[in-house]
Design a protein around this ligand. Structure first.
Ligand code: LLP
Length: 388
């Protein structure tokens, strides 16, 4: 699956995106969608590589954006403005004006304070902003504490006790049109139960609103579907069928209502790998270190969340396929980056094929929140990228 000869000639660190796997994943999503009321918006924050966004746009998906920059990227890739939804707890006036000017499909509003600003800006611009309220459903997504977002204690969404006031206000305002409810409970969710719970919560909320004569055009359940970091080859494509069927079974859509999704990681996670070269194999006191030319500025997930990305020595695999396989060909290493911090470590006590200076290593499942979160710490260049 890796174009190893091409990678060997490429500058590293480099994000390699497997085009075929990305296309197969997009097709799997389309095949799993039960009917055309289900609309998927790709969460650009997961991977904002313009070539990747273009492939996703060409496949007909909408976009979930969290900044003016992402709105512009989505438009640039050819995504129609009405297929763009825009979320974030801290939208600036300039970003709101941009969304209004471009005619985006929905502002996902996270507070009454923000509602008032959007209403004011829309009135001044002579526009009506389509909005959805982001509701905090207080559901435990059973994921890493840094990426759970639907609990009452999180900063996201309108708190339950203010929800009625927010809806009442929005209904009275002339600069906004309340079209939906928005939820997002967290990321890297690998069981369907939290999605079923969310569906039930949505049903009872909709029942309550219906009693008051309030209905919505859209329900947006956010993103969050996880990927298999341990076995990217065994599970290259997430189980979209069972994910969508949970909602199809448990969430009662009302007449004419659309169900929106904002999938990020599950779309791009498995198609991307961070390709890096071994600079040194260093003997320490009782340990051997493989020192890579990639560090946490290139892939921060291990340092930030304690995440583990499967580590593969592509050059050694090639050597092994050419050798007779008779001698012991593995050793145990700590796999580290060049940055002067102990968290700059991709794996401890990893058993890898005997590794040499110059070997090409792949850090797998890095398509989501990899390149997009890279920084120039230590005045290092940003990683380059290749989609092939
Ligand atoms: N919608 C909203 C409102 C979100 O906040 C997010 C992600 C998504 C959709 C997309 O979620 P996904 O389908 O990718 O799970 N940097 C972290 C992940 C942060 C996720 C933030 N929100 C990581 O590397 O694990």
């Amino acid at each position: 699956m890796f174009p190893i000869e091409k990678l060997e000639k490429s500058p590293t660190p480099l994000y390699y995106y497997d085009l075929k796997l990305l296309q197969d994943t997009l097709q799997a999503i389309k095949d799993a969608i039960p009917d055309d009321r289900f609309k998927v918006h790709y969460a650009i924050k997961a991977c904002n590589n313009p070539q990747v966004i273009k492939v996703i746009a060409d496949a007909g998906f909408g976009a979930d954006c969290v900044s003016g920059g992402e709105i512009l990227q989505a438009l640039e890739a050819g995504i129609a403005p009405e297929k763009i939804v825009y979320a974030g707890v801290g939208k600036t006036d300039a970003e709101i004006l941009l969304g209004l000017e471009k005619g985006i499909g929905c502002f996902n509003v996270e507070s009454i304070e923000e509602l008032e600003v959007i209403n004011d800006l829309a009135l001044k611009a002579g526009k009506v902003a389509p909005i959805a309220f982001r509701i905090n459903p207080n559901i435990d997504a059973h994921t890493h504490e840094y990426i759970t977002t639907g609990l009452a204690e999180n900063k996201f969404g309108i708190p339950h006790h203010l929800e009625k006031e927010a809806v009442k206000k929005a209904k009275e305002m002339k600069g906004v049109r309340l079209k939906g409810l928005h939820f997002h409970i967290g990321s890297q969710i690998t069981i369907n139960e939290p999605f079923a719970l969310l569906s039930h919560r949505v049903n009872s909320m909709q029942d309550d609103y219906a009693k008051q004569g309030i209905t919505f055009e859209t329900i947006n359940v956010g993103g969050g579907l996880g990927i298999d970091y341990d076995d990217p080859d065994g599970n290259p494509i997430p189980d979209f069928k069972s994910y969508f069927s949970t909602f199809a079974r448990d969430l009662n859509l009302r007449h004419g209502q659309e169900l929106h999704f904002e999938l990020g990681r599950s779309v791009v996670g498995q198609c991307g790998s961070l390709i890096t070269r071994v600079l040194y194999v260093k003997k320490g006191a009782g340990k051997q270190f493989v020192i890579l030319d990639a560090g946490f500025p290139d892939l921060i997930r291990p340092a930030l969340y304690g995440a583990h990305h499967k580590i593969e020595n592509l050059s050694a695999a090639l050597r092994a396929s050419e050798a007779d396989g008779s001698k012991d060909t593995t050793a145990v290493y700590d796999i580290v980056g060049p940055i002067c911090e102990s968290t700059d470590c991709f794996g401890k006590d990893e058993r890898l094929p005997i590794t040499q200076r110059g070997d090409i290593i792949a850090l797998r499942s890095a398509g989501a929140y990899g390149e997009a979160m890279a920084s120039g710490y230590n005045t290092r260049p940003l990683p380059s990228s290749l989609l092939a």
